[in-house]
Design a protein around this ligand. Structure first.
Ligand SMILES: [Zn+2]
Length: 67
């Protein structure tokens, strides 16, 4: 593996790790990822618009069950 490829790999890993963070809405209980949340300005639930959301670090449980 070339140094460039290694660097690229690491960058991709970091990016995936960031996007894997899951958030939970404290009102409707739905979970969503950062890109979904950024559909709307500010930090709020993309489903019900509630402002209090909780960050859930490890989605180690289910590997995607929707979409
Ligand atoms: Zn919500």
């Amino acid at each position: 593996m070339t140094p460039a490829a290694r660097f690229y790999n690491r960058a991709v890993c970091a990016r995936v790790g960031e996007e894997r963070k899951i958030y939970t809405c404290m009102r409707c209980g739905k979970t969503f990822s950062k890109p979904e949340m950024e559909i709307l300005p500010g930090i709020r639930c993309p489903y019900c618009n509630f402002k209090i959301i909780m960050k859930v670090r490890s989605p180690a449980v289910k590997r995607v069950q929707a979409i």
